[in-house]
Design a protein around this ligand. Structure first.
Ligand SMILES: [Zn+2]
Ligand SMILES: [Zn+2]
Length: 73
């Protein structure tokens, strides 16, 4: 395995001669998540069974469909 110095993602160097994420060969689906704006503090919430705020630990018990968009991280 090889870690790309540009994007810090790990790829199989036996399969790819250069980083497939930077060259656009592979889309990194795991780098995108649904998010929700926390009504309590305005922070970002991620869904993990329920919505959890990364800032104030507020939880909202709704489905993943109840999101405000997709965030790349
Ligand atoms: Zn890369
Ligand atoms: Zn919050």
């Amino acid at each position: 395995m090889q870690m790309c110095p540009n994007c810090d993602k790990v790829y199989d160097s036996t399969e790819y001669s250069r980083c497939p994420y930077c060259s656009g060969e592979l889309e990194n689906k795991s780098g995108e998540s649904y998010y929700k704006n926390c009504p309590n503090c305005g922070g970002i919430m991620y869904w993990d069974g329920c919505w959890e705020c990364t800032n104030c630990s507020n939880e909202i018990d709704t489905d993943e469909d109840d999101n405000d968009g997709i965030i790349e991280h």
